[in-house]
Write a protein that binds this ligand. Structure first.
Ligand code: FE2
Length: 423
């Protein structure tokens, strides 16, 4: 396959991309087309590496309304509701819902997902279901699984043993939830033992950390410390980190350099943070998302995750990482050109590094995985939630969509709407 006349996220335009054997073999202006090769004219549209979601819950997705809807809309009612649903789960239903979500993801050009999977059910039903799904989808979607002790690795009776069993079964990453343990001390202890477990097994860590409006929830400090102590630099991720929104500025001026020293990664979940945080506030209501621009300025890899789609915590969503980026941009007020582009990176290149994806990116030698977007650049892609014209995996088109279009019937106005700026 030869893609011609593409614009790349870094701004290069008029670029051709030659694909052979599932890999990009050449990239540059005006490449010669080998005989008999399929040619796709990108017509100056944006060719991007696929979207990557660094934080998701595939065991809960598409369960909205089961067994009931979250009435208060809070994180804690969501956790309680999930607890009610867990005993009713079946492997078939879990697999079915996860596969359907993967279809949605592929159609949106989302080809890599890190999903937490709850290990607090002694049957490990969800673990087995998602391991099965990981295998089923591996030709078209990279699914990375995190062993997540939703009810607390110390607080929930068999959670640690179950978490180890999940890792033995092939789950990829060690999870945790220190702010949900009974005490601050237990939270810190959970971070220590889970990081040690990851170090012993040579695994990455991704913890739900400080998903709270409590400015004194400071487990991220312990996470950075254990990362640095155990030499896990670059392999540990703090997800949510919403308490940082409410922390004292002086304390944060110490904390962010410690996070940078440990090369801790950070994942904000804008749609969910803006929905679930600040629920105990009257007015003003806090936004509750972590300090994204400040973390990025310190050189920390920050990704935006989707976290939830139609589950006990969130009733909306469709696997569209451009919707996630748009919400992140607004909540963090990242409105300069450079910051808006950084929001695009937060759903593409940054999470790819956090997941440790091999062969990701648009360069010779990389996997021929990409998305052709109906947009001229990353900012326009976010603004328009651009249509995914083509989704390509290992050089093969796996999804396509017609260009978004609308016609007008207005006297004296053009017949066709063009949402681009006319200059
Ligand atoms: Fe989460």
């Amino acid at each position: 396959m030869l893609i011609t006349n593409a614009t790349l996220p870094d701004g290069r335009s008029g670029i051709d991309v030659l694909v052979q054997g599932g890999r990009i073999v050449a990239l540059g202006p005006k490449l010669a087309a080998p005989q008999g090769i399929e040619t796709v004219d990108a017509a100056g549209q944006l060719l991007s590496p696929p979207f990557v979601d660094a934080h998701f819950h595939m065991d809960a997705t598409l369960s909205y309304g089961l067994p009931r809807v979250n009435a208060s809309g809070t994180l804690l009612e969501g956790i309680a509701l999930w607890g009610e649903l867990k005993p009713q789960l079946t492997q078939e239903a879990l697999v079915e819902r996860a596969l359907q979500y993967c279809d949605w993801a592929v159609a949106r050009g989302l080809l890599a997902i890190r999903s937490h999977v709850d290990v607090c059910d002694d049957r490990l039903l969800a673990v087995e279901a998602l391991l099965h799904v990981r295998e089923r989808v591996k030709d078209y979607l990279d699914l990375q699984l995190v062993a997540f002790p939703q009810d607390g690795v110390l607080r929930s009776p068999n959670a640690l043993a179950n978490l180890k069993r999940a890792l033995d079964l092939g789950v990829d990453v060690v999870g945790g939830i220190p702010h949900f343990e009974r005490t601050m001390a237990d939270g810190a202890e959970s971070v220590r033992l889970l990081c040690e477990l990851a170090a012993e097994r040579g695994l990455r860590v991704d913890m739900h950390c400080d998903e709270s409006d409590d400015p004194l929830s400071r487990h991220v400090e312990t996470l950075a410390f254990q990362t640095q102590r155990l030499g896990l630099h670059g392999r540990v991720t703090g997800s949510h980190l919403t308490s940082m929104h409410s922390m004292d500025n002086y304390y944060v001026s110490k904390l962010i350099p410690l996070m940078a020293e440990a090369r801790l990664n950070a994942v904000a979940n804008p749609l969910i943070n803006i929905t679930l945080q600040g629920r105990h506030d009257s007015y003003p209501k806090r936004r509750g998302m972590t300090r994204v621009p400040e973390l990025m300025a310190a050189g920390i890899d920050v990704a935006f995750g989707h976290d939830c789609v139609m589950d006990p915590w969130y009733s909306l969503g469709s696997g569209d990482m451009l919707e996630v980026a748009a919400m992140g941009l607004h909540v963090a007020q990242m409105t300069s050109q450079a910051q808006m582009r950084a929001c695009f990176d937060a759903v593409t290149a940054n999470p790819a590094r956090i997941l440790g994806l091999a062969g990701y990116g648009l360069e010779p030698g990389a996997n021929a995985d990409f998305v052709l977007l109906q947009a001229g650049d990353p900012v326009e892609a976010i603004r328009l939630r651009a249509t995914r014209l083509l989704v390509v995996r290992r050089g093969k088109v796996i999804a396509r969509a017609p260009a978004a279009a609308a016609t007008l019937d207005l006297p004296g106005r053009p017949a066709r709407v063009d949402w681009r700026l006319q200059r």
